[in-house]
Design a protein around this ligand. Structure first.
Ligand code: COA
Ligand code: MG
Length: 291
């Protein structure tokens, strides 16, 4: 498969913890700017009451003008294309464009095209959070060159198909795996669903590790205390980095000596294992670690 430049777009590859906040809550928006999140997501959708949509549009536009979010990418989640709100959401952003737009409840390529046509140039992130969205993954993932990431929304998805949420998440495993599969096959970033128990940090860590093992590159956060645990899971440890560097060096020596497969610290190494080590190094670089 040709190597698409999109996954190399550092802005999206490096998003580990993306912090949501209601777009009508300026206090939380101001606070979010101080928290070292990799991205802030100013919400106009379900985090905002129906009678507060207009106020949230104004608050977000003002904050995008006034607040210095530092290195955090500024994302606005608009309302779904199936609602009457999304046109006004985008219109409010024309004078204060964020860095990207997040589209909830994405169920077709046509919905992505509609948003892409209504606002120029901005990268798009599509949330997959319904049965129809999972079934349309192939057309969504290939819909538009501005699509930068697929995001999985487990709560809406479980509600849509009538599943009951469990700590292990087996009821969403098919969809959660499908989202990461279609994202990675198209060289898009894959962002996992938020963990809704605000006080269970061990549970958050376990759930983030599960996402990381599935291939996700980042996870949504809904409270400041979730940022650091998420970032830790998606950042390789010093031990992992040094093992990966040693393995890559050994691989290069063996290649020069003419052997493609060799034993390293008791385990067989061939190309997939070398690529996994290279991926660890890429993630370390993406996390800003000096090598
Ligand atoms: N972003 C920025 N700041 C946040 C925040 C967030 N998502 N969640 C909480 N904070 C701030 C609070 O404002 C408070 O700051 P303060 O002490 O300066 O006032 C501090 O962190 C502690 O908050 P806490 O009292 O523990 O939480 P809460 O009870 O006020 O709020 C929620 C709980 C769930 C309402 C809140 O975390 C939230 O709004 N999360 C995002 C929800 C969202 O956007 N959902 C839509 C997408 S799923
Ligand atoms: Mg939702």
């Amino acid at each position: 498969m040709p190597h698409s430049p999109r996954l190399d777009t550092p802005a999206f590859l490096t998003l580990r913890a993306l912090l949501f906040m209601p777009g009508d809550d300026r206090r939380k928006i101001d606070k979010a700017a101080t928290l070292n999140a990799d991205a802030v997501i100013l919400d106009l959708e379900d985090g905002v009451a129906l009678n507060r949509k207009a106020a949230a549009r104004e608050t977000i536009a003002a904050a995008l003008h006034e607040v210095d979010f530092g290195r955090a990418l500024r994302i606005v989640r608009i309302n779904a294309v199936s609602t009457p709100f999304w046109h006004d959401d985008l219109a409010a952003l024309h004078t204060a464009p964020p860095d990207a737009i997040m589209l909830p409840k994405t169920e077709s390529a046509a919905q992505l095209h509609a948003v892409a046509q209504a606002i120029a140039d901005l990268p798009l992130l599509a949330i997959i959070e319904s049965g129809a969205g999972v079934l349309a993954l192939n057309e969504i993932a290939t819909a538009d060159a501005r699509l930068a990431a697929l995001v999985f929304g487990a709560e809406d998805y479980a509600g849509d198909i009538g599943a009951t949420r469990t700590p292990g998440g087996e009821e969403v495993l098919y969809a959660r795996s499908a989202v990461v599969l279609y994202a990675k096959a198209r060289r898009l970033a894959a962002i996992d669903t938020p963990f809704v128990d605000l006080h269970d940090v061990d549970g958050l860590r376990a759930d983030t590790e599960r996402a990381h093992r599935l291939g996700y590159t980042g996870k949504l956060a809904i409270h400041p205390r979730q940022i650091e645990p998420i970032q830790q899971v998606f950042t390789p440890t010093a031990k992992e980095i040094s093992a990966a560097l040693r393995l890559i060096e050994s691989h290069e020596q063996h290649q020069r000596a003419g052997s493609g497969v060799f034993a390293f610290e008791g385990k067989m190494v061939d190309m997939p294992i070398v690529r996994a080590a290279e991926a660890i190094i890429a993630r370390a670089r993406a996390a800003g670690i000096e090598l």
